[in-house]
Design a protein around this ligand. Structure first.
Ligand code: 5AD
Ligand code: SF4
Length: 481
């Protein structure tokens, strides 16, 4: 059917060979020492990063590492985010800590990867201030983790100074997709599935297109095969992942739309819930709305980043929709899917934001009635067009607007919260409640949490629950017999 040439089978084979070679090496060491090696991954940022960490984890387990909860491990990896400045600062804090640990733990390997490593200044800072780091790689070559470890171990034998042993492998961009490597997942009953990598949108504040590269869609067959394997393995809920899922298939030949992919995913027996993240409002088609409206499996939740309610600012942000377009889209969504839950991302204090612009954002929040919203203070990212725009907003004004927005979002969430009170809803039971072990915690189709008494054998099943009382961000419920 459809075909892209960027799925690289040669690379898959090469990496599998290296994984096996390392496994044999580690088996020999294990037989000698009697202790297995451990690894720990700290993941920062979005669901794409979490999914990348699961893939790396799958390869590490295959080599012979066991996972551990703390950084007191033989292999420690930081998978970084750089979408806002404070994400970078957190990573430097962790590196300081692990540097001290490493002094007490000879043979320990420290690696760092992800979006922040796609920025030259961050890599230079690490080389200068944290020279004990062993491996640096980026977002485009995570499939090479075994090869990078092997190179670092070989350098140990062949090089003198630590700085010569450090392995740095950074790619500016790639069109390669490497399938069929070992894989891991955090939960047995729900799983993320990448469908498209990268972003072509270049919103003027955003660093993602520079660090995640151009859009590349996976082949439809590869995605559906993965979903079938997951279903066979007991997975009930999948989350289709991409920076902009609505761009899915644009680079495939022949072109396929995201709505079509959803329809194919729905056909997979055993999968009961389908979620996806994130949708760009400019690309969300009426076809997709209709498919969602008539589907039994697609969850009644849309994350639809607004960023700003001001048409003037949206244009400078390069978002390619107006305030009216957004409101019209929401009206059409609510008409087709009356019980939809809408969530969003909003940036406060983008350069040049006036009080009038800000009030447009407040107006949209009031009109839409979001179930929840992630609100961010604008953060200047070097290399993006917005970083050099005049009129960066003063901190005190930014903070004051941020607090006002937060209050408005809370009013909106409170209104939305009780909507399903006194109804029976299907709930995917996810875990024992962390505060009270007599309670279980699960999620409704619209992503809302519910706590209810029940036995932990129910974890991973979908059951009807009566929503007795709304507590704002969650419900208290009772299992329906
Ligand atoms: N400053 C603040 N927030 C940002 N986001 C992306 N770039 C920036 C930035 N420079 C927010 C957007 C996006 C979310 C993932 O992060 O709202 O939707
Ligand atoms: Fe960033 Fe815009 Fe792409 Fe989202 S769509 S990742 S905000 S550039």
């Amino acid at each position: 059917m459809n075909n892209t040439d960027n799925t690289n089978e040669f690379e898959t084979k090469k990496q599998l060979d290296i994984i096996n070679e390392l496994k044999e090496r580690y088996d020999v060491e294990y037989k000698k020492s009697g202790t297995r090696k451990t690894y720990h991954i700290e993941t920062f940022g979005c669901q794409m990063n979490s999914r990348d960490s699961e893939k790396i984890s799958g390869i590490l387990k295959q080599i012979g590492y066991d996972e551990t909860d703390t950084e007191d491990a033989d292999f420690v990896l930081y998978n970084t985010c750089t979408v806002r400045e404070n994400a970078n600062n957190r990573v430097y804090g962790r590196l300081g800590y692990v540097g001290r640990l490493k002094k007490m733990r000879p043979g320990m390997l420290v690696a760092i990867c992800g979006c922040m490593m796609q920025e030259t200044t961050a890599v230079e800072k690490i080389k200068g201030s944290y020279p004990f780091v062993d491996i640096i790689f980026g977002t485009h070559n995570i499939f090479k983790i075994a090869e990078l470890i092997k190179t670092r171990l070989d350098n140990e034998v062949n090089s003198g100074k630590h700085s010569d042993k450090m392995v740095i492998d950074l790619w500016k961009d790639t069109d390669m997709i490497v399938e069929s490597l070992p894989n891991d997942r955090k939960y047995p009953f729900k799983a993320g599935v990448n469908i498209i990598f990268g972003c072509n949108n270049f919103c003027s504040y955003c660093i993602v297109p520079y660090v995640r590269g151009r859009e590349r869609s996976r082949n439809l067959e590869d995605i559906i095969d993965e979903i079938k394997l997951l279903a066979n393995d007991g997975v009930k809920e999948i989350m289709l992942l991409g920076q902009n899922v609505n761009s899915y298939g644009k680079n495939l030949e022949p072109k396929i739309g995201f709505a079509r992919l959803l329809q194919e995913a729905e056909k997979v027996d055993g999968i009961e819930r389908i979620r996806f993240m994130t949708s760009h409002p400019k690309d969300l088609s009426q076809e997709l709305i209709d498919v969602m409206g008539s589907s039994k499996k697609i969850c009644k939740h849309l994350h639809l980043p607004l960023q700003s309610g001001s048409t003037r600012l949206l244009s400078i942000m390069n978002r390619k929709y107006t305030k009216e377009d957004y409101l019209d889209l929401v009206t059409r969504i609510k008409k087709a899917i009356p019980d939809i839950s809408l969530t969003t991302d909003i940036i406060v204090a983008f350069p040049g934001e006036t009080e009038e612009d800000f009030m447009d954002t407040i107006d949209v929040v009031k009109k839409v009635g979001f179930d929840s919203a992630f609100t961010f203070l604008y953060s200047k990212r070097t290399g993006t067009p917005a970083a050099t725009m005049d009129d960066q907003i003063e901190e005190s004004v930014a903070k004051e607007r941020f607090d006002r927005l937060l209050k408005e979002v809370q009013v909106s969430s409170a209104k939305a919260a009780g909507r399903d009170e006194h109804t029976v809803q299907d709930v995917l039971v996810e875990e024992v409640n962390s505060q009270n072990e007599d309670l279980l915690t699960g999620r409704l189709s619209n992503n809302m949490l519910v706590h209810f008494p029940g036995d932990k054998s129910l974890i991973g099943t979908i059951i009807p629950v009566y929503l007795k009382e709304s507590k704002g961000f969650y419900y208290i419920g009772n299992q329906v017999e």
